[in-house]
Design a protein around this ligand. Structure first.
Ligand code: IFM
Length: 444
C-alpha cells in the first residue's frame, strides 16, 4: 500500500483541555469540595494533578515537548473570589504566571471561566437557580479578564451548561443547591440563568478586550432512535435531543430557549458567540422506556457490540463527531468551530489510539468541506478527577500515579505528538499505533 497522510490546514490548533477542579488539587472552597466531603463522589479530588502546587509547569512542558500548540484550561472562581466581598490578588497572580508559562512554551491559551465548580458562598445562595447570579458572574468575569487579557483573547464563558444543569438537577450526580432542589423545572431555570450569565460575560469581555473571541463549550450528543419506525422511540429521541442539546443553541440563534417544558425568552443572548465549542464523546441510541419518568420516558444507551471504553461510559462512534460538526456548520454557517473536548477513558490505552485515529479522520473529513474548524483539544493531558466518578475513569494521554504524582507515558502520548508535529495523520502512524484500523482509514 502506498503511504498517505491526511493533512490539516496551516495554523491548526492542537492541544488538550483541562479544568481547574479536576487538575489543581487542594480546591477546598467550592461546591464540589462540599459534595466530595458529603460522600457523593466515588473518591475525593485531593491533590488531583497538583497544578496549584506547581506541577502545571512539568505538565505544560510535556504538552509543549509533544508538539502541542495550545491548551484549554479553566479559572477557579472560588480562588479568585473566596468570599463575596474579597478578591484574592495572589490567586490572580498565580493564574497570570500559568498563562505566561503557557505562552513561553508556545501554547496558545483558551481560557474557560466556568467549568462546573462554583464558590461555596454562591452555592449557599443556590447559585445558578437565581437570576442574582448574573451580575455576580459578570463581576468575576470582568476581574479575571482585566487581569489575564495580556495573555489570551480566546475565552470560553461556560463549559457544558447542559451537563451542569442536567447532571445536577435531573440526574442528581452533581451538587445542586444545599436544600437539594431538583427537577426539570429547576434545570430549565438554571439553564436560562446560565444563558444570561453567558450573555453578560460576552458583553463584558468585548467591552474590555476589543479583539476577544468569546464562545462556550457545548456537550453535543447526536442521537438515534432505537427503532426509527416506532413512533414512541422517534418521539423520545426528539425530546431527549432537544432537552440535552438545544437549550443554548436555540437561545443563541433566536433569543428563545427551547426546552422540553416549553420556551423561555432570553432575548439578550441572541447572536452572542464568536465561535462554537463542541465537546464530542459519543452517540446515544434512544428508546421509549415506561420506567424512566424522570428522564421523560427516554432511555439512552449504547447498542450491544459497541466498541466500549473500560467502564462502558463511552462508545467509539467516530462519525458522530462528523455529524456534530455538520450540525454546527449548518446551524451557524461561517462561525469558527473548535472541538473543545474529545477523548476516552482508558487506563490501559487499548482503545484510545484507535479512538483518536478515527476521530481525527472524521475531523479531517469535515475540514475537507471547508468547514471553519480551527482547533482540536483532546480530553485530557493527564488523568484527572472525574467528578462523581472520582478516579475510576482515566482520560489522560498521560497516566497519573495518585500516590507519587508520577506521570505514566501511555503510547497515545507519542501518537498524538506525531499527529501534532505532522499537522496530520499518516498511514505510517496508524500502522504503528493502531494497526487494527489501518484498513478502515487507508483502504487498499
Ligand atoms: O471530565 C469531563 C469534563 O469536565 C467535561 N466534559 C466531559 C469530560 C469527561 O467526562
Amino acid at each position: 500500500m502506498a503511504e498517505a497522510t491526511f493533512h490539516f490546514p496551516r495554523g491548526f490548533l492542537w492541544g488538550c483541555a483541562t479544568a481547574s477542579h479536576q487538575v489543581e488539587g487542594n480546591n477546598t472552597n467550592n461546591n464540589w469540595y462540599f459534595w466530595e466531603q458529603a460522600g457523593h463522589t466515588r473518591h475525593k479530588s485531593g491533590l488531583a494533578c497538583d497544578w496549584w502546587g506547581g506541577r502545571w509547569k512539568e505538565d505544560m512542558d510535556r504538552a509543549a515537548e509533544t508538539n502541542q500548540n495550545t491548551h484549554r484550561l479553566s479559572i477557579e472562581w472560588s480562588r479568585i473570589q473566596p468570599a463575596p466581598d474579597r478578591w484574592d490578588e495572589d490567586a490572580l497572580d498565580r493564574y497570570r504566571g500559568i498563562l505566561r508559562g503557557l505562552r513561553e512554551r508556545g501554547l496558545q491559551p483558551m481560557v474557560t471561566l466556568h467549568h462546573f465548580s462554583d464558590p461555596l458562598w454562591l452555592y449557599e445562595q443556590c447559585g445558578w437557580e437565581k437570576e442574582t447570579v448574573v451580575p455576580l458572574f459578570e463581576k468575576y468575569v470582568r476581574k479575571v479578564v482585566e487581569a489575564l487579557k495580556e495573555y489570551t483573547s480566546l475565552w470560553c464563558t461556560i463549559n457544558e451548561p447542559n451537563v451542569y444543569a442536567l447532571s445536577g438537577y435531573v440526574a442528581g450526580d452533581f451538587p445542586t443547591c444545599k436544600n437539594g432542589h431538583k427537577g426539570l423545572d429547576v434545570a430549565t431555570l438554571v439553564l436560562a440563568n446560565l444563558l444570561r450569565g453567558h450573555a453578560a460575560a460576552y458583553r463584558a469581555i468585548h467591552e474590555i478586550q476589543k479583539d476577544a473571541r468569546v464562545g462556550y463549550a457545548l456537550h453535543f450528543r447526536p442521537m438515534l432512535a432505537a427503532r426509527p419506525w416506532f413512533p414512541l422511540d422517534a418521539l423520545m429521541r426528539n425530546i431527549q435531543y432537544r432537552g440535552i442539546n438545544m437549550a443554548f443553541p436555540s437561545a443563541i440563534s433566536s433569543g428563545v430557549m427551547k426546552s422540553p417544558l416549553g420556551n423561555v425568552r432570553v432575548p439578550e443572548v441572541r447572536g452572542l458567540q464568536d465561535y462554537l465549542g463542541i465537546n464530542y464523546y459519543s452517540v446515544d441510541t434512544v428508546t421509549f422506556d415506561i420506567t424512566r419518568a424522570r428522564e421523560l420516558f427516554g432511555k439512552r444507551y449504547y447498542p450491544a457490540g459497541s466498541d466500549l471504553s473500560p467502564s462502558g461510559f463511552i462508545a467509539n462512534i467516530p462519525n458522530g463527531l462528523y455529524d456534530s460538526l455538520h450540525w454546527a456548520v449548518k446551524s451557524y454557517p461561517d462561525l469558527p468551530i473548535y472541538v473543545t473536548e474529545n477523548g476516552v477513558e482508558d487506563d490501559r490505552d487499548q482503545l484510545r489510539p484507535r479512538y483518536l485515529a478515527r476521530h481525527i479522520e472524521q475531523l479531517w473529513r469535515a475540514i475537507n468541506f471547508n468547514w471553519p474548524i480551527k482547533g482540536y483539544y483532546h480530553w485530557s493531558l493527564v488523568d484527572n478527577f472525574e467528578w462523581e466518578r472520582g478516579w475510576t475513569q482515566r482520560f489522560g494521554l498521560w497516566g497519573l500515579d495518585l500516590e507519587t504524582q508520577a506521570r505514566i507515558r501511555r503510547p497515545s502520548v507519542d501518537f498524538y505528538a506525531e499527529i501534532c508535529k505532522e499537522n496530520g495523520i499518516s498511514s505510517e502512524m496508524v500502522r504503528k499505533y493502531c494497526p487494527e484500523v489501518l484498513e478502515t482509514l487507508f483502504p487498499g
